[in-house]
Design a protein around this ligand. Sequence first.
Ligand SMILES: [Zn+2]
Ligand SMILES: [Zn+2]
Length: 309
Amino acid sequence: MRCRKCSAKAIIRLPRHNTAFCPPCFSEYVTDQVQRAIKGDRMFGHAEGVAVAVSGGKDSLVLWEILSRLGYRTLGLHIDLGIGEYSRISQRKVEVFASARNLPFVVHSLRENHGAGITEIAEGVHRPPCSACGVIKRYNMNVIALQHGMPVLATGHNLDDEASRLLGNVLHWQDDYLDKQSPVLPNSHPKLVRKVKPLYRLAEREIAAWAVLQKIDYIVDECPNSVGSKMFVYKDALNRLEDAAPGTKHQFYFQFLDRQKARAQVSPIEPDLRECVSCGQPSTAEICSYCKLVGTLQREAEPALKVLK
Ligand SMILES: [Zn+2]
Ligand SMILES: [Zn+2]
């Protein structure tokens, strides 16, 4: 197998693009796809600071690496979810990565702020862990990024993440979620960051291969709370479709984006936002979902958590 660009020995085949690359040409392809996303979708410019949500997994560390190599001013944001050994290893990977490259980062610890990790918090508020985790992460990432003067928040979601999320949303016809599923969410309020996903043009296996080639040390384990998540079933289904017909994933997601762009031109989707009466952050309801969660936690769970401590 030869590289389609320079005919050196290829190390990766990309059936969906009907091509194969040697290590340097593959590396160039990966960087090009990220640059194409940033520029083509007008995600951010070099004058803006970009907060990068870093879990310690391959996607977020690859994203951070590429953005800093491209010369963007970045700040890593890590949420310590307080899930025992998994969280300790994740944070360690972020610390080692950042200090080797001299990159700044901030850690927000749930145990320090709520006296409990995400598993206990979710139990305390009677919600599935991934749902409570999503609310807490979204809220804190936004607040911390803006506190540090970063108007943009970049996350490591890749093509597989976006296509499987789309499949889930379509299977349940969740129109509200479909409206929000875009690689760029503009800040619809001065207290909100612009949310971007610069890796959406790259498949998970391409990112994993790039991480190995660049010797990026990341946490391989998935979050223990995500075991049994429907998202893995959707990813598996899409991978089977992809094997049978390369390019399926890409077409599914990119054709959705084309339709969404066409629809947005006819009737722009503007969320109806006001300020949460409790914390002042933008919200579609009187009390934001974060304050609701924290309120339930304080009323019902904190007395029990104090006993646990
Ligand atoms: Zn080559
Ligand atoms: Zn609030």
